[in-house]
Design a protein around this ligand. Structure first.
Ligand code: SAM
Length: 338
């Protein structure tokens, strides 16, 4: 039997999976007496996962619904029964799903093979129907498992901005469980980062916002809809719902939102990831905040050091991003606000 999915086994634009060790080792090296860590634009959540062994409190935040249930599955404190979940998954995997449903009618033969879409929609309905028999943790585990299993079968280059316009290879959906754990020291939020900044405090706040015009809520709209299960009206060739959770960090207002965030953080250290994955074929890859703007904003709060690392980024297109530079800004706060 195939094993459980780990949190890293997911395609996600801009994920820091390959940089986690460098980021966390740098945090350890440059900080003193720290016990709490906040990953305020958490994405996949892998940076927070790597911070777990070194901090007694971890705060994880991202405004996407699909990320919220994934954190629920991998981190949230709660009861879950793996035998019960294995039985459910076995039942999902052995049943025949032939009828169409909302998911297959909207995404079948576009984002997924029709058989995969029918099965995914039927499983999603089953999870919703049995919600009363599941703990919240179990509900998150099943939804996260469905997302991770589907991710491998999507007819895309890694996100749902568009689908590949070629005949879809026949595939079979086989749901595997995620490697769920329960932590009593992890707090999870689904908040706008600028709002949350005013409500929390942490010794170290790690910041990895989007830097160009590509909106994550649009890239991952299929998973957002799958989790919300509100069966929205869909528009256009890419079958997207009405916009929700559109990030100011993807607009020209990004520098002022970054300034507002930095000004309101109650922290002892701020760590910011930055890279420039601009390629001349795509205007949408142009960064909204410059390196100089990041530096001057951070310097308002304290002495800022810039570290660099060479690495090859995950990017969905054909662009060659080998050897691009990854930056880590490290600020020791001298004038805390509170
Ligand atoms: C570059 S990704 C983070 C990647 C992450 N470090 C990882 O390793 O997977 C930026 C994340 O910020 C989230 N985001 C964008 N604007 C936000 C906002 N205003 N508040 C909260 N989350 C936001 C997006 O949904 C996305 O997951």
């Amino acid at each position: 039997m195939a094993g459980l999915f780990d949190i890293e086994n997911r395609r996600y634009i801009g994920n820091k999976t390959k940089l986690n060790d460098w980021i966390i080792q740098t945090v350890k090296q440059y900080t003193n007496n720290v016990s709490s860590f906040c990953d305020i634009f958490s994405g996949t959540g892998t940076v927070a996962k790597h911070a777990l062994p070194y901090f007694s409190t971890i705060i994880i935040n991202d405004f996407l619904y699909s990320n919220r249930v994934i954190y629920g599955a991998f981190f949230e404190q709660g009861e879950f029964n793996m035998d019960k979940l294995h039985c459910l998954i076995d039942e999902f995997n052995t049943r025949d799903y032939k009828a169409d449903n909302w998911f297959s009618l909207n995404y079948g033969n576009l984002y997924f093979d029709i058989g995969v879409a029918r099965k995914a929609g039927a499983i999603r309905m089953q999870i919703e129907n049995m919600k009363d028999e599941l703990t919240y943790k179990e509900y998150c585990i099943l939804l996260a498992s469905l997302i991770y299993s589907l991710d491998r079968l999507a007819n895309t280059v890694g996100h749902f901005e568009s689908y590949i316009k070629k005949p879809i290879e026949r595939k079979k959906l086989y749901v595997r469980l995620v490697n769920a754990r329960s932590f009593d020291n992890v707090k999870i939020y689904r908040e706008d980062a600028n709002v949350l900044a005013r409500q929390i405090n942490a010794d170290v706040v790690y910041i990895d916002p989007p830097y160009n015009s590509r909106q994550y809520s649009r890239f991952y709209h299929v998973y957002e809809t799958l989790v919300k299960w509100d069966k929205p009206q869909l528009f256009g060739v890419a079958r997207k719902p009405e916009p929700e959770n559109m990030s100011e960090y993807c607009r020209s207002s990004a520098p002022s939102f970054f300034l507002d965030l930095i000004q309101h953080l109650n922290a002892r250290y701020i760590v910011v990831s930055y890279n420039n994955t601009y390629n001349s074929h795509s205007k949408s890859s142009l960064n909204k905040i410059t390196l100089e703007q990041i530096k001057s904003t951070l310097e308002m709060r304290g002495k800022t050091t810039i570290l660099t690392h060479r690495y090859s980024a995950f990017n969905a297109g054909k662009t060659d991003l080998k050897n691009h530079q990854e930056y880590l800004f490290f600020t020791k706060i001298k004038n805390n606000i509170l």
